[in-house]
Write a protein that binds this ligand. Sequence first.
Ligand code: 0RQ
Length: 506
Amino acid sequence: ILDRVRNKALQSKIVTPEEAADFIKPGMTLATSGFTSSAYPKAVPLALADRMKKDPFTVNIMTGASTGPEFDEALASVHGIKKRLPFQTDKVLRSQINDGTVDYIDIHLSEVAQLSRCGYLGHLDVAVIEACAITEEGNIIPTTAVGNSASFVQTADTVIIEVNNAQPLEFEGMHDVYLPLDPPNRLPIPIVRVDDRIGTPYIPCPQDKIRYIVPCDIADHTRSLAPLDATAQQMADLTIDFLKREIKAGRMPKNLLPIQSGVGNVANAVTAGFVRSDFRDLTVYTEVIQDGMLDLIDAGKLNFASGTAFSPSPEGMARFFKDIEKYKKYMILRPQEISNSAEVIRRLGVIAMNTAVEVDIYGNVNSTHIAGTHMINGIGGSGDFARNAYLTIFYTPSVAKGGKISAVVPFCSHVDQPEHDVDVIITEQGVADLRGKSPRQRAKEIIENCAHPDFRPMLRDYFQRADAKTNHAHTPHLLDEAFSFHQRYLETGSMKRESQEDTGKV
Ligand code: 0RQ
């Protein structure tokens, strides 16, 4: 890695992953790079997990967002994590979050850096940051994500840098690192177009803060794309039609407004829908840039994409590297407090498209908890975008688990995005446009347009009885029945009534 550590004096700090991991003591808080399986440190966590296997102890961990198996899975598998924030997607860790072993703090991704700088998340002992290279001045060239790295480097006592040879040096120049001052000294973030550059192409790092430099040659463990299913495809088609109507109504320019889309099946299908559509000159202001953006560039439909992480599938990454000089011109990676900044999202007028686990008849959205109790992943950036976007769309298939669960329920068992933040809900059944509608009008729109026909009669029945019993209250509910769908699912494995299971009728 000598050619990647450009400052000769710093080369004396190169050690093995084991030596660096030895520095980490029980109870310490590690603040690391990493955002959705991109740019997370790999060699040091693996060495740390090895040490914990022989001599068990725990640490606290904060990252940008989720990481790969060499990090969350490796450390959770040896019961090495006590506290974790702000987002994760690992199976082993998820089970420990739901059995009381791990204290998991689910935070809007834009807020983590400020909360940590202002001392609300505890003391940061060590920042462990993946780099492409270290400059003559000791500054860090990030890899596939920026996440919270710049802030963590500023705040942590000491810094360990993993220089990853598997991450091509071509990433240099793709980043724009800008750290806002904290209140009361904050200035406006001067982004007025998605491609504006306002910071440095590196993470500033005082040389004397760097304790160790560790070589690593393990690539990001990103996932292959699942084939698009018919349900997701249908939601994508509904979205394209809906947006065309918005343009016709004069609510958006012909090339739309900057797009944000979450990760997963529906997001991929929606992006593929844009590729097939006749939209042109699209722009993207999002968190995670995935394969679909490469498709849009190839189709000549994308002008520019801004994000905090580049997380394509392994096939997408290979494609990116084959034509890196071309693709690089279309992309920028920023700190997550900038990619997800309320101020910038509101100014640009972003169209936010994210996925829900369930929605209720009034438009509240649950993005995180099964049956109100069991954490899936976390709110991620969905709330940052949902609250501040010009147009906020949530997607969910109308049913889950082979039709036994309705994704439209009387009352969400956990609320991540309140009804006030949700403009539109799309399922494969149709579109509910909630803008300018009262709760009573919303209920009708959601039940008739989005719920699965199997569950529509039960939902209508609930609404009508709630309306009568509350004397037409503003938001009619039967408090003793509001969670009856969930209760039935927990007791019988299905939200359907017994008679309905037998006969198909309510
Ligand atoms: O369980 O895998 O056991 O079958 O929940 O459901 O349909 O695979 O959902 O992968 O699209 O993720 C909301 C979790 C959706 C995701 C969520 C069961 C279902 C399955 C998962 P199985 P799917 P997806 C950008 C923005 C929050 C963060 C976010 C998410 C499992 O989109 O984490 O948006 N969002 N970030 O069977 C019980 C229901 C259910 C249900 C589905 N109503 N009740 N189980 N399931 N609906 C990214 C970042 O922020 C970094």
